[in-house]
Design a protein around this ligand. Structure first.
Ligand code: IVH
Length: 317
């Protein structure tokens, strides 16, 4: 194919993904399935890898989300809220590990913290002296919307943490979602449970938010004044002791074979869960190693989302 033709094809795909980003992040009404979206994203990234002259600031490899809406005050994240790279098969996982080992420049053994990838809306909760002070949406990853009052209506989110163990300041991150049974009651209004959660959370009036039973599962942190966790799995335990809900499917697993086995089992098990998940997240468990690996422009090098096979995610519920 001619260079100009490739550029044209690439630009069209960028235009298309940005249209769907707006529909998803700003209007909460997507027109394509998650699988179709992931496929489009993968096509763009593959074109960029193959043809190094392709580059666009609006490419999914340079951005993680969408600008915050004008309805809410903006809030700059102290630590960026990034995205995760995707793996679809064993080969992607092998490449992921290879890149890690290359980056670290030596052979090293590590465990993974394996967690369900909850298909909701991520939220950031800053606790100062144990008091929930700022609740923010992800927005474009740099700046989110200040939605503290709306987040405070969620029962799973503690307003105050009295455990003396909590750092003076810590930003807890997790997923806001609607359980499948609750979504059934309002599904006439939204395409899927995630859009329902997004729409509900971003109501201008917190009383409207409180009418829908939103849930929250915590899984990571952004800024913290006191970093004392050795492993991600220790941090998840700590979260529980502070009163957060964490997934009871979280596991520590070693090696790609075990990851793949666990993923295969979960492909069907996910339908028994009372909320939607669209994959598993594998995070290097050791936080020191995570720090050494750091981030690319839009995702951590130390984590990957292993997606489930496409399409039947919603139809079998
Ligand atoms: S960790 C730097 N853990 O997936 C990456 N994310 O595609 C931090 N998500 O924005 C995210 N379950 O909304 C993490 N157990 C989990 C997750 C999870 C769902 C979402 C989250 C994030 C998106 C990334």
């Amino acid at each position: 194919m001619e260079k100009e033709e490739i550029k044209k094809k690439y630009k069209l795909k960028i235009k298309k993904i940005n249209k769907h980003n707006k529909l998803y992040y700003e209007d909460s009404s997507p027109e394509i399935s998650d699988a179709e979206y992931d496929f489009l994203k993968k096509e763009i990234i593959e074109l960029e890898k193959k043809y190094s002259y392709l580059n666009n600031s609006k490419s999914p490899s340079n951005s993680v989300g969408f600008k915050p809406s004008k309805n809410f005050e903006k809030f700059k994240h102290r630590v960026q809220m990034l995205s995760l790279s995707n793996a679809f098969d064993r080969e992607d996982l092998v490449n992921f590990e290879k890149k890690i080992l290359n980056f670290l420049n030596k052979k090293i053994q590590f465990d993974y913290s394996v967690e369900p990838k909850i298909d909701g809306i991520s939220a950031s909760l800053t606790y100062i002296n144990g008091v929930l002070t700022y609740g923010v949406s992800r927005g474009d990853g740099n700046e989110g919307e200040l939605i503290t009052s709306n987040l405070k209506t969620i029962k799973d989110i503690p307003n105050k943490i009295s455990n003396s163990n909590i750092p003076k300041e810590i930003e807890i991150r997790g997923e806001v979602f609607i359980e499948k049974k609750d979504f059934q009651k309002i599904n006439y209004k939204f395409a899927n449970a995630r859009n329902a959660a997004s729409g509900t959370l971003r109501q201008k009036d917190p009383r409207e938010t409180s009418k829908i039973p939103l849930k929250f599962i915590a899984y990571t942190y952004g800024y913290t004044s006191d970093e004392k966790f050795k492993n991600q799995s220790d941090f998840l335990k700590e979260l529980k002791s502070w009163g957060f809900i964490t997934s009871n499917h979280n596991q520590v697993i070693k090696g790609i074979d075990e990851l793949v086995r666990f993923h295969q089992k979960f492909e069907t098990k996910r339908f028994d869960l009372n909320y939607d998940i669209d994959g598993l997240v594998y995070k290097i468990n050791n936080i020191e190693l995570q720090k050494r690996l750091g981030f690319t422009s839009n995702a951590p090098r130390w984590a990957i989302a292993h997606k489930f096979s496409a399409d039947h995610a919603y139809s079998e519920i």
